[in-house]
Write a protein that binds this ligand. Structure first.
Ligand code: PMV
Length: 340
């Protein structure tokens, strides 16, 4: 019998992952920042079931039983038990809470799947004394998190993270993410992310449907090639410290993601009128102040406003006095990158 508690944060991609093959193998590499304040805290209690090799699961989300999440997690555990055989014959009780409201339009799959993967790897270590098949615990946790939700692979690490094989980084892999903070200039180490909640609604089209629509997408090859080039460009920018070039690239990547949705067959639109209003506000603010703020988007209507922490007073004033008017019930989440 025992209990493990882990916390893991959400992340926001700078170069996006959109399109996959096999079991969550990305069609192109992606780079993200792991956030600090939007996290999942998970506890995993376990005990041995006599004479059984089944996995039993009780799952509580925010202190309440949730059968939808429980089914998804049990399916995930069945998929990964080949990599963690000690899961067989265990009764598990998982309790999960998020630091951000469930209905805020912020996806929790990256933080929750990475928190779960960290718990499972700690469980393996506790029960067997070691970690099989990987170089270290984080590598295995990232591999397992990926099987739950692709982008969750990146949340295992703090700060800047790369997931996906690229010739620009030797130890990169399609199967797990790696930390790249050692490649990042000082100016990028303290960044804020004001998450502007345009809509709290669950998105109309899930990420998995969006990924699958890249299979026969007319612009897919061009998009994957461009993302590969943008990985190199972002590595160069992160190393050089050029914040205006960072803005240009990050915004282009966000718009290219949504351009894929607009031109999928069938097409779908996740941005809303206020998403576009915010994008225009952010571009105008950058032009008039010369402060290198920029926007990025997830697969949804909400806008992530990225800004250097040194400019925080001016940026937060502007968020509070102007940008909140474009947010549902004036809601925004004050987050930042966490490097260590
Ligand atoms: O990890 P998934 O399957 O939820 O896909 C995430 C896709 C994006 O958030 C749009 C991009 C990314 O790289 O995180």
């Amino acid at each position: 019998m025992g209990k493990i508690v882990k916390r893991s944060s959400s992340n926001i991609a700078l170069v996006k992952y959109w399109g996959k093959k096999d079991i969550q193998i990305p069609m192109n590499p992606s780079i993200s920042m792991t956030l600090k304040n939007a996290y999942t805290e998970m506890s995993l209690s376990y005990k041995k079931i006599e004479n059984s090799d089944q996995i039993e699961l009780e799952f509580l989300f925010e202190d309440e039983a949730n059968s939808l999440f429980a089914d998804r997690i049990l399916k995930f555990l069945q998929t990964i038990k080949i990599h963690v055989p000690c899961l067989n014959g265990l009764a598990l009780k998982i309790e999960s809470t998020n630091s951000f409201p469930h209905s805020s339009g912020i996806a929790s799959s990256a933080s929750s799947m990475s928190a779960l993967a960290l718990c499972i790897v700690a469980l393996e270590k506790e029960l067997t004394g070691n970690i099989t098949g990987f170089n270290n615990e984080l590598e295995k946790a990232s591999f397992l998190a990926r099987l739950g939700s692709g982008s969750a692979a990146r949340s295992i690490y703090k700060g800047y993270t790369l997931w996906g094989k690229t010739k620009y980084l030797e130890n990169s892999s399609d199967e797990f993410a790696v930390a790249i903070n050692h490649k990042v200039h000082e100016v990028f180490r303290e960044y804020g992310d004001a998450i502007l909640i345009v809509s709290k609604k669950t998105k109309k089209v899930s990420s998995s449907v969006g990924h699958s629509l890249m299979n026969n997408h007319p612009y897919a090859v061009t998009k994957f090639n461009e993302a590969n080039k943008n990985i190199q460009r972002l590595f160069d920018i992160l190393a050089s410290g050029n914040q205006m070039e960072f803005c240009e690239l990050v915004e282009h990547e966000a718009l290219a993601l949504h351009a894929m949705m607009l031109t999928s067959q069938p097409s779908f639109i996740l941005i809303e009128a206020n998403t576009i209003a915010l994008i225009n506000e952010i571009k105008n603010f950058r032009e008039s102040t010369n402060i290198p703020v920029c926007f990025t988007l997830d697969a949804g209507a909400n806008v992530h406003l990225l800004y250097p922490y040194v400019n925080r007073p001016q940026v937060i004033d502007w968020v509070k006095n102007k940008l909140v008017e474009f947010c549902e019930n004036n809601t925004w989440i004050d987050d930042q990158i966490e490097l260590s």
